[in-house]
Design a binder for this molecule. Structure first.
Ligand code: SF4
Ligand code: SF4
Length: 123
């Protein structure tokens, strides 16, 4: 039996009047669920440079780097977002709660080097 040529035309016409599936990012943003884990935030004032976050990280995402502070040079976490699994182990282990994962998911970049965030950029 020959296929009905009208059917594909009707299908295409229906698709033309459907709403788009994507949103106009970044002007339009999705609502983020409560347990979403996004980019880290570091409070440099309360970081005690213990390196617990770097030690527990399962993917070598955190490097402790020299950082200038009001009290001289301290080592603090630098985070390579490209390697991050967003598992939040670093947040869990931090003894002063100075390292947390936020709901910020907007970190697309053209240059891969920009995925590496210095402590000052996370503060
Ligand atoms: S969220 Fe997980 S993978 Fe990412 S830096 Fe923290 S411990 Fe490492
Ligand atoms: S961010 Fe927290 S776990 Fe990491 S070095 Fe600072 S105090 Fe320690």
């Amino acid at each position: 039996m020959a296929a009905n040529p009208v059917t594909p035309v009707v299908k295409v016409a229906k698709e033309l009047f459907k709403k788009p599936f994507t949103t106009e990012f970044p002007e339009q943003r999705e609502e983020i669920v409560d347990n979403y884990r996004g980019i880290h935030k570091l409070d440099m004032k309360t970081c005690i440079s213990c390196s617990a976050c770097a030690r527990i990280c399962p993917n070598d995402t955190i490097t402790m780097v020299d950082t200038e502070t009001d009290k001289g040079t301290k080592i603090m976490p630098e985070i390579n977002l490209e390697r991050c699994l967003f598992c939040a182990l670093c947040e869990e282990v931090c003894p002063t709660d100075c390292l947390i994962l936020t709901k910020d998911y907007d970190f697309e970049r053209y240059d891969r080097r920009e995925f590496i965030k210095r402590p000052e950029e996370l503060d």
